[in-house]
Design a protein around this ligand. Structure first.
Ligand code: ADP
Ligand code: MG
Length: 655
C-alpha cells in the first residue's frame, strides 16, 4: 500500500505521486497537429501521451486580447471567429524570411509583416510583434506542460522532429523555440528517421559479415504538406538520400475536392454559393473531412448525411436526424462512397506517386532496392495509398501497423530514450559535445554547428558586410551554448582581408566549418564574388575536461530562455541600426527625388528610431515598430525611384 498525502492547507487529499522523476520525451511539432510521446518504462514501448483532450494537439495558437494565449483544441474555434488572432500552420513560417513565404499570406487570416527583406518573418497581432519562433515555443510549452501533468514528472530533455527538407535556419529556429519553451533539446532529428525508428528499423540486425544496410522509403501525407524521403541506414547512421514533395498538398486538398464534388452534384448548393458565410463554408468543409475519415475507416459503406441551410444564420449545418424545424431548409443529401473518394482523390494521389518516382530516381534506386516503406501522416489512413504502393509499385514491405499520425512522435521518444542512455542496442555516434559558431553583430553567437552533430561534417553559411566599402572582416570562432559570445569559449580568430570595396550587403562571404574524424576543425572564409580567402585550423576539445564541457552545457540550459530573449532584442537593435544606415544613405543619394515634407518625414522617423536604439531600456516591440514605420514610410519612395529608373531605361537613357 502506498501512502496517502493530505494537503494541510486545503485539507484535500493529494493524488498519490511517485516522487517527481526526470523524464525525456519525443515531440512531433507538426504543421497541423503536434504530439508528445515517451517510452513507458513499464513496457519498454513508446506511447503517445493522452489527456482529456486526446493525444493530438492541433498546432493552433489563439492570441487573446489580454496578451494570453490558448493552444490546441481550445484555440481552433478562433479559426472561424477570430482569424486575425488565430495562428495556424506557423511551421510554414519558421526560420523563413518574408521573401521565402510571401505566397503564404493568401492562405492565412493573420498578418505577416512585409518588410521585403531577408530578415525572418514576423506576425503582427494587436500591435505586438510575434516571431514564428515564439509562437512555436507556445505550442512546445503546451506539450511540455501536458507531459509533465500526465507523468507527474519533470521533462529534462526532448528530441524534436523536423522535415528532412528543413534547412539550417529552420532547424535553428526549432531549437530556439524549444529554448524559449524551457525544453532542453537532446537532438533535432528528421521526421522520416523518427518514423523508421518507431518501426524498429535502424536498430542493428547482425547478418553474416557485419550489419545489414537498409534502404527505406518514407511516404508522409499530412494535413497540408506531403513529402517522401529515401533513407539508408547503416551501422545506426541514417542518411537522407533524397526528398521530394509539395509543401501545399495534403488532406486539406482531399476535403476541398469532396466539397467541389458535392457542389457539382447539387444545384441548390450552387445557387446558395454566393450567400455562404465563412463559417458556413467551414461547416461544409468539416462535413467533407468527416465524410472522408468515415469512408476510410468503413470502406465498404456509404456515408450519408443531410445538409441544411439555415437562412437566418446564413450557414450550413449538418444534421444526422430529420429536422422538422421550419427555419431550416434541407439542401442536399450528401453522399460519399469509398469509390467516390478514390475518384475525387485520384489527381492528388497521382501527384504524390510522381514524387515517389522522382525520389527513387534521385536516390538512384529501384523499387526492388527498398527494404521497407513507412507510411506517415493522418492522410495515409486512406487505404488507396497503401494499395497503390503495394500493388502498383510493387514495394515489398509497407509498414502501416502503427497509427500514422503518431509514428513520428513515437520514434522521437525512442531516440530520446537512446540519447538518455537507456538503451544499449543502438550505436551512438561520435558527436560534437558543444555548439560551434562565430561572432556576429552585437556580440551574438551564430551557431553553425549545433552540439550533437555527427562527426565528421562540413557546413557553410553566407554572411555579408553592413557598411559600404568594408574591406576586412573579422571571423571569431567560439564554442558553447550561450547566446552571447562573451559567455562562450573563444577558439580562434582571424581576419579576412582585401575584400574588394563594394556596397554594404553585396559581398558574399562564405564561412565553412569542417571537422574531420580526428576532431580537427578547419574554419575557412571566402568572399565568393572575388575569391579572396583565408583559413585556420583548431582543435576544439583541446584543454577541456569532461566536467568543463558538462558545466558549459548546464549553463546553456539554465540561461536558455533569458538568453534567447536577449538575443531577440539584440537582433531588433541590429535590424534597427541597419535600417537607420540604409535610410540615411537613401536620403543622401536620392534627396533630389523627394520633396521637403518627405525628407522631413523620413528624417523624423530615422531620429525616432535612433533614439530608441540609444536607449538601453527600449523593448523589442518598440524598436520593431519604429523600423516598420520608417520602412512603410519610405517604401513608396523607393518604388517611385524604380519606376523612374525603368522609364529612363525604356527611353534608352543612362541614369
Ligand atoms: P501534419 O503532419 O500536417 O501535422 P497529420 O499527420 O496529423 O498532419 O494529418 C492530418 C490529416 O490527416 C488531416 O487532413 C486529416 O483529415 C487526415 N486524417 C486523419 N484521420 C484520417 C482518416 N481516418 N482517414 C483519412 N484522413 C485522415
Ligand atoms: Mg506530420
Amino acid at each position: 500500500m502506498g501512502k496517502i498525502k493530505i494537503n494541510l492547507v486545503s485539507g484535500s487529499i493529494e493524488e498519490p505521486q511517485a516522487e517527481k522523476g526526470n523524464v525525456v520525451v519525443g515531440i512531433d511539432l507538426g504543421t497541423t497537429n503536434s504530439l508528445v510521446a515517451w517510452v513507458n518504462p513499464g513496457t519498454g514501448a513508446p506511447e503517445v501521451l493522452v489527456d482529456e483532450w486526446g493525444g493530438l494537439v492541433p498546432s493552433v495558437v489563439g492570441l487573446l486580447e489580454g496578451g494570453d494565449a490558448v493552444v490546441g483544441q481550445k484555440a481552433t474555434g478562433g479559426l472561424v471567429t477570430a482569424p486575425e488572432r488565430t495562428i495556424f500552420s506557423v511551421k510554414r513560417l519558421l526560420g523563413r524570411s518574408y521573401q521565402d513565404v510571401s505566397k503564404v499570406q493568401e492562405l492565412i487570416g493573420y498578418r505577416i509583416i512585409d518588410d521585403n527583406t531577408e530578415q525572418l518573418v514576423r506576425i503582427l497581432v494587436d500591435g505586438r510583434y510575434y516571431t514564428p519562433i515564439e509562437l512555436s515555443a507556445i505550442i512546445l510549452k503546451e506539450l511540455k506542460d501536458k507531459a509533465e501533468r500526465i507523468l507527474h514528472a519533470n521533462i529534462t530533455g526532448a528530441v524534436i522532429t523536423v522535415p528532412a527538407y528543413f534547412n539550417d535556419s529552420q532547424r535553428m529556429a526549432t531549437r530556439d523555440a524549444a529554448k524559449i519553451a524551457g525544453l532542453p533539446v537532446l537532438r533535432i532529428i528528421n521526421e522520416p528517421t523518427a518514423a523508421s525508428l518507431a518501426y524498429g528499423i535502424g536498430f542493428q540486425e547482425e547478418v553474416e559479415g557485419g550489419f545489414a544496410a537498409k534502404k527505406v522509403l518514407v511516404y508522409d501525407l499530412g494535413g497540408g504538406t506531403f513529402d517522401v524521403s529515401v533513407l539508408t541506414i547503416e551501422d545506426g547512421v541514417f542518411e537522407v538520400l533524397s526528398t521530394h514533395g509539395d509543401t501545399v498538398l495534403g488532406g486539406d486538398d482531399l476535403d476541398r475536392a469532396i466539397v467541389a464534388h458535392w457542389t457539382n452534384q447539387s444545384e441548390a448548393l450552387q445557387q446558395l454559393q454566393s450567400q455562404i458565410s465563412a463559417a458556413g463554408m467551414q461547416s461544409i468543409r468539416l462535413a467533407a473531412e468527416f465524410a472522408k475519415k468515415w469512408v476510410c475507416t468503413h470502406r465498404q459503406e456509404i456515408f450519408k448525411k443531410q445538409l441544411y441551410w439555415n437562412p437566418v444564420a446564413r450557414i450550413f449545418e449538418v444534421k444526422e436526424a430529420e429536422v422538422t424545424d421550419s427555419g431550416l431548409l434541407a439542401i442536399a443529401e450528401l453522399g460519399l462512397s469509398y469509390e467516390d473518394l478514390v475518384t475525387v482523390a485520384s489527381p492528388i494521389i497521382e501527384k504524390t506517386m510522381k514524387s515517389v518516382k522522382s525520389a527513387l530516381k534521385d536516390a538512384e534506386l529501384s523499387v526492388a532496392d527498398i527494404d521497407d516503406v513507412v507510411l506517415v501522416g493522418g492522410s495515409t489512413r486512406f487505404p488507396e495509398i497503401g494499395r497503390m504502393l503495394k500493388e502498383e509499385f510493387g514495394f515489398k514491405h509497407v509498414n502501416q501497423e502503427l497509427n500514422p499520425d503518431e509514428v513520428v512522435a513515437l520514434g522521437a521518444a525512442v531516440e530520446a530514450e537512446v540519447l538518455a542512455g537507456n538503451r544499449q542496442d543502438v550505436l551512438l555516434l561520435d558527436v560534437t559535445p558543444l555548439s560551434l559558431g562565430i561572432e556576429t553583430a552585437g556580440g551574438l553567437m551564430d551557431v553553425l554547428v549545433p552540439r550533437n552533430t555527427k562527426i565528421p561534417f562540413k557546413v557553410a553559411r553566407e554572411y555579408t558586410t553592413s557598411v559600404d566599402g568594408q574591406v576586412n572582416m573579422r571571423i571569431a570562432v567560439f564554442q558553447g551554448e550561450r547566446e552571447l559570445v562573451a559567455e562562450n569559449r573563444k577558439l580562434a580568430e582571424f581576419i579576412l582581408r582585401n575584400i574588394p570595396a563594394m556596397p554594404a550587403g553585396f559581398p558574399k562571404i562564405q564561412v565553412a566549418f569542417l571537422l574531420d574524424a580526428n576532431g580537427m576543425l578547419k574554419v575557412k572564409a571566402k568572399e565568393l564574388r572575388s575569391g579572396v580567402e583565408q583559413d585556420i585550423e583548431i582543435k576544439p576539445q583541446y584543454g577541456l575536461t569532461d566536467a568543463q564541457v558538462e558545466q558549459m552545457l548546464m549553463d546553456g540550459f539554465t540561461h536558455a530562455k533569458e538568453d534567447v530573449e536577449m538575443r531577440m532584442v539584440q537582433e531588433a537593435i541590429n535590424e534597427g541600426r541597419q535600417m537607420v544606415y540604409t535610410a540615411e544613405r537613401f536620403v543622401e543619394k536620392n534627396g533630389a527625388m523627394l520633396n521637403e515634407e518627405e525628407i522631413e518625414g523620413t528624417k523624423q522617423r530615422i531620429e525616432n528610431l535612433r533614439c530608441l536604439l540609444d536607449e538601453s531600456s527600449s523593448s523589442k516591440d518598440a524598436i520593431l515598430d519604429a523600423v516598420t514605420q520608417l520602412n512603410d514610410y519610405t517604401k513608396p519612395f523607393a518604388e517611385r525611384l524604380m519606376d523612374v529608373a525603368i522609364a529612363a531605361a525604356l527611353k534608352g537613357k543612362q541614369i
